[in-house]
Design a protein around this ligand. Sequence first.
Ligand SMILES: [Zn+2]
Length: 241
Amino acid sequence: METNRILDEEMGLQNQPEDTSILRFSCLILLWLGMISCLFLGLFSDPLVLSGLVFLIVASVFSFYNFLLGAKITLAALLVGTFNLAQFFPLQLHVSFGVESSGLWMGIDILMIGFIILLYLTNKPIFGPWVKRIFKIDPNSREPIAEGRTKIEGFKSRFKDKPQKELESIAANQMLLEEARNAATELLHEKFSTLVAENESNSTTKKCIECGAPFNSEDSKMTELCPKCAHELYGYPIGEE
Ligand SMILES: [Zn+2]
């Protein structure tokens, strides 16, 4: 039991998109508080506030139905806010770069940068892999193939005694690490080809590829399945007894 739990944690979960914590909404909630205070202060006619309001509504609606997309729209809204194309708060913390009179001038809203960091910290499962890819700080990315191979072999040696059904469910589980799924898939292929090879070497006594039980090839209507599996899976009659 204990080892299974450790294994589950280890195989587990490059990310947990099903995270339901309210924390991931904190950025949107704070932006709404800012927007409400803008509206209380009568900033309705400010095009920047209206632009912010539209972004906020779109981001909130999407976050509700498709959180991943919503988080990306929230990020887009914050970037737009950073470059002063939208406003979510009555106050802005401007820092400008360049010489204003020369035209080579850029203002950045530091408050929005803070919110981008907050969004990242409260949605690490979504943005973490992304950031790693952008900055290439993922230690695994240096030798992805060699390292991936080692991991697959590690999982294979731990999975080798698992029954076929469990391997199939591991192979199909999108929540697990890719290496774990690949290891299960490879083991299934290996088991299958061993059984087929065994069957070819011995023409009368065969091993069923579905349940693994030995059977006499003359008893079954199917070459690779025992009479029972041929009946259950394909409806062939079980021989007269
Ligand atoms: Zn069978």
